[in-house]
Design a protein around this ligand. Structure first.
Ligand SMILES: Nc1ncnc2c1ncn2[C@@H]1O[C@H](COP(=O)(O)OP(=O)(O)OP(=O)(O)O)[C@@H](O)[C@H]1O
Ligand SMILES: [Mg+2]
Length: 352
């Protein structure tokens, strides 16, 4: 079986003819600590790739539930990357922008004769769906992000998509979602889930038991899943719920996983610096002290990996910008980032 090469994300391509196992492998390397999510999604990508996806409905419908910063939005991005080579190949509907019914109407566009018909293009048009496919795959990745924020009329539009894989725009053009994988993300039940997780952590510490007791972990995940489902059932009708293939609850990220995510984020920042600085680029290296500091600051159970991103920005990227402006970062050199506890800040020095 052909193996995936480990190329950087930007240049990496997984063609539709690539073994599906490699797509799963690709996803596993990028979405960390949520293997159960990938195990649920990968078979639907396989089905599409084998052309055995069902007729008259999207290729897969997933509701992503759980605490902030645990990888719900990232999941849709990495699936788009795996299929098309870039997370730009993702049709993301930010449901926070559709809190009023007249805003929801923009999704399908105004009918002819209505005010604004010419100016408003349907957000969910066939053109937009096709626009996020690529030469590597015909599958469009669609994300309705934070659906609990949308006006109730959004549920009606979604129901049509989930049920028939079909939608009619305001100007009567059909839109088919058969070649789409649909993700619906939501924070519903996240508070309750976080509370159960906190109790669980307290219990683990109190009883001196270590994480890894499989039966206990399983029971804990079942409990958080149930809390999320309870909140979702309150918000959505049974007919809506019945059309979702899988409800996936995201797990709080432990320090070990955040450590691996820190590596990813630092690599990504280096890529960004290389891209922006061009020939003038330099490379950053981190002392263990600095990495530990970033992790200590970024390890907040209430914000997942989001805090980690902010911490890197505040303690690495921002002070670095000052050094770049002052021309203290010569091209081709290594810049070491350390943390000095007495000064309570990161310090930068040239290595070679
Ligand atoms: N499981 C994960 N694996 C790898 N990176 C992650 C993971 N979770 C979060 N991240 C990192 O944190 C960032 C924020 O995560 P993401 O946007 O997926 O959060 P979310 O679960 O959608 O939260 P919210 O409910 O606040 O929207 C991502 O862009 C990614 O860099
Ligand atoms: Mg999100």
């Amino acid at each position: 079986m052909a193996k995936l090469q480990t190329l950087p994300v930007k240049t990496r391509r997984v063609s539709t003819h690539h073994p599906a196992a490699s797509i799963a492998e690709y996803l596993r390397g990028r979405l960390l600590g949520q293997d159960h999510v990938l195990e649920a999604v990968a078979p639907y990508l396989d089905m599409f790739q084998a052309k055995l996806n069902p007729v008259g409905r999207p290729a897969g419908i997933f509701m992503l539930l759980g605490p902030t910063g645990t990888g719900k939005t990232r999941t849709a991005e990495v699936v788009a990357e795996a299929l098309h080579g870039s997370d730009r190949h993702l049709l993301r509907v930010d449901c926070g922008e559709y809190q009023m019914d007249h805003e929801v109407a923009k999704l399908v566009g105004a009918p002819p004769g209505y005010l604004g018909h010419r100016e408003t293009q349907a957000v969910l048009s066939q053109q937009r769906l096709d626009g996020v496919t690529s030469e590597y795959s015909r599958l469009s990745v669609v994300l309705f992000d934070e659906i609990e924020k949308a006006a109730p009329s959004m549920a009606r539009i979604l129901l049509g998509i989930l049920d028939k894989g079909f939608l009619r725009t305001g100007d009567n053009n059909p839109v088919s979602f058969e070649n789409s994988i649909v993700f619906l993300s939501s924070n519903l039940g996240a508070k309750e889930m976080a509370q159960i997780s906190r109790q669980h952590m307290g219990f683990l510490q109190g009883s001196q038991r270590r994480k890894g007791d499989a039966a206990e972990e399983q029971a804990h995940h079942a409990k958080t899943h149930e809390a999320a489902m309870f909140a979702v059932r309150k918000q959505f009708s049974p007919e809506f719920m019945n059309r979702v293939d899988s409800f996936l609850t995201y797990r709080a990220l432990d320090r070990e996983t955040l450590d691996a995510i820190l590596d990813q984020l630092l690599d990504k920042m280096q890529e960004h610096i290389d891209l922006r600085m061009g020939m003038e680029t330099f490379s950053l290296v981190y002392t263990d002290r600095c990495r530990n500091f970033l992790l200590d600051c970024g390890c907040s159970p209430d914000s997942g990996a989001r805090e980690l991103k902010r911490v890197i920005q505040r303690h690495v990227l921002q002070p670095l910008a000052t050094l770049v402006i002052q021309r203290h970062t010569p091209a081709g050199r290594q810049v070491q980032v350390d943390y000095v506890a007495e000064e309570g800040r990161t310090v930068f020095s040239l290595l070679r």
